[in-house]
Ligand binder design. Structure first.
Ligand code: IPE
Ligand code: IPE
Ligand code: MG
Length: 250
């Protein structure tokens, strides 16, 4: 922890940080490279960000790796991304275990190509007893898919008398989401200059602080992550109250 900036308040570290990793394609284009080379370089940023998050004591790191909408990309890119996923999981397994990283996934995992789903599920089992940090990969994920699935399940449980409609509260809704085991993120980072949510965690980000940076994902490093957390620590989270109430700790 030696070279962390003095301003970083170790008592105010977000428990859960979510990241929309964007800009791999633009990063590659700027260098006259193939988009897949941008994605491959993005894996280094995942490694660096995970390490930084663990170093400062973040407990959950969610990374948006592939959206439901990303299936519409050219087949070559989709296939390349799926191969990269399988390869990266295989390469990183030892390090995940050495560093106490528990892997989790949100999204329609069974809708991924079989070899991706299998290697992901295997890695989740093999890291399940790790306790330092949980790395949550959002794969074949979209918030509207997740909410639709939750609504269908709630409707079916009401119909089968497992719950009554009067029991539907926001806590109950949360318990039907793929993120049910995780707290909502306090901080959401999006790289590469886009200011949109792109169907990510709509329910869970109701009170999340957003941080946008122009840095493309393959260039995103420890200092950028720390900067995002520093920026977050300057925010006053009011949750509907007025500033004076927050200062008085009401
Ligand atoms: C993010 O980078 C990675 C994925 C969505 C899989 P992009 O591939 O979206 O990069 P840009 O936005 O085209 O630069
Ligand atoms: C969002 O990035 C999805 C991921 C980071 C996996 P996109 O690059 O797909 O988002 P849009 O389409 O530009 O909004
Ligand atoms: Mg993009």
């Amino acid at each position: 922890m030696s070279d962390l900036p003095e301003e970083l308040n170790i008592n105010k570290i977000p428990q859960h940080v979510a990241v929309i990793m964007d800009g791999n394609g633009r990063w590659a284009k700027q260098r006259g490279q193939n988009r897949l080379e941008g994605h491959a370089m993005g894996v280094d940023s995942v490694r660096t960000t995970l390490k930084a998050a663990r170093e400062i004591g973040v407990s959950f790191l969610t990374l948006y790796a592939f959206s439901t909408e990303n299936w519409s990309r050219p087949k070559e890119e989709v296939d390349g991304l799926m191969d990269l996923l399988v390869q990266s999981i295989a390469n990183e397994m030892d390090e995940l275990n050495e560093n106490g990283v528990k892997l989790a996934a949100i999204g329609d995992i069974d809708g991924l190509p079989e070899k991706c789903a299998e290697s992901l599920k295997k890695a989740i089992v093999e890291t399940s007893s790790n306790k330092e940090i949980t790395l949550i990969l959002a794969l074949n994920y979209s918030a509207k898919w997740e909410l639709t699935e939750a609504i269908k399940q709630i409707a079916s449980d009401v119909q089968e008398d497992k719950i009554s409609s009067s029991q539907i509260t926001d806590t109950l809704v949360s318990s039907y989401l793929t993120t049910k085991e995780f707290p909502d993120p306090e901080l959401l980072i999006r790289t590469s200059g886009e200011h949109r949510v792109s169907n990510f965690l709509l329910w869970q980000i109701a009170y999340t602080e957003f941080y946008f940076t122009d840095v493309h994902w393959p260039d995103f490093r420890r200092e950028h992550f720390i900067q995002a957390v520093l920026d977050y620590q300057q925010r006053e989270r009011r949750f509907g109250k007025v500033s004076e109430q927050i200062i008085q700790g009401e």
